[in-house]
Design a protein around this ligand. Structure first.
Ligand SMILES: [Zn+2]
Length: 259
């Protein structure tokens, strides 16, 4: 298991990489999005030097608000292009995976049937899986913090291309009722990356681990029982980063103690 953090897109990505390296994280979950970490704002050479010197890896992350479910084909295609534009940078930094976000129900236009919305998302992700392949990048779909997007929707999306992986977010799985075990039972074999943050079950609050209602020893045990031993990003967005560092200590201890 390797632990990483995501850069805050309101800050300089190189400064964030230096902070992660100084605090012992093993990879950067590099989100490419504004206001301060858009593609043209990242100093790739500098970032590469920081990561190489620290022996850190990179996991690719893209903006959560891209309109993959828009009824307008041109907007969906623009979303695909925004992600495809990141492939060269991610490949240069040594990433193997790039995430895309399944839109939440509120991002879908309900004049159209639900299965149309889901199919549009799936078609975008299939196109990205194809275009990522020459860069040796795997596209992974992150499920939203929305109980309205169920296991059958995620299954429809992953079914379109067997190269797509699941990006599990334990915080998202806790919003509106615990779905963690169901997601792992159904998609555990396609799991390629994990995000962790806590919440009280009502909204995606990105709290430090233990501050909300997720049963963390159980969650970590379930991940291990499903054979997961890959990259885990702490998505703890507290202003005081001591809480992020404490969360990292706790994950390492829970991981060590889990059967
Ligand atoms: Zn996440």
């Amino acid at each position: 298991m390797q632990l990483g953090i995501m850069n805050d897109p309101r800050l300089d990505a190189c400064a964030e990489a230096r902070w992660a390296a100084a605090h012992g994280f093993e990879f950067l979950d590099l989100t490419i999005e504004g206001p301060c970490a858009a593609l043209e704002q990242i100093d790739v050479t500098e970032l590469q030097t920081i990561l190489t010197d620290a022996g850190m890896g990179v996991v690719g992350h893209t903006a959560w608000y891209l309109p993959f479910a828009s009824p307008l084909a041109r907007l969906r295609q623009a979303a695909v292009e925004c992600v495809a534009d990141t492939f060269d940078l991610f490949a240069r930094l040594g990433a193997c995976t790039v995430n895309v976000h399944i839109p939440a129900g509120r991002q879908m236009v309900h004049l159209f049937r639900r299965d149309n919305n889901v199919r549009w998302v799936a078609e975008c992700f299939a196109q990205l899986a194809e275009r990522a392949a020459p860069y040796n990048l795997q596209i992974m779909a992150e499920h939203p913090p929305d109980p309205g997007i169920g296991i059958s929707d995620i299954a429809s999306i992953l079914a379109i291309d067997k190269r797509l992986g699941l990006h599990l977010d334990v915080g998202h799985a806790n919003v509106g009722g615990d779905k963690l075990e169901g997601l792992l039972d159904r998609f555990g074999s396609r799991l390629v990356h994990v995000h962790l943050s806590d919440n009280r079950g009502k909204s995606d609050d990105h709290m430090p681990l233990g501050a909300g209602r997720v049963d963390w020893p159980r969650a970590i045990r379930l991940l291990k029982q499903h054979g997961y031993d890959g990259t885990i990003t702490l998505e703890v967005f507290s202003q005081d980063r001591d809480y992020l560092l404490l969360s990292a200590q706790k994950v390492r201890a829970w991981w060590r103690d889990a059967a």
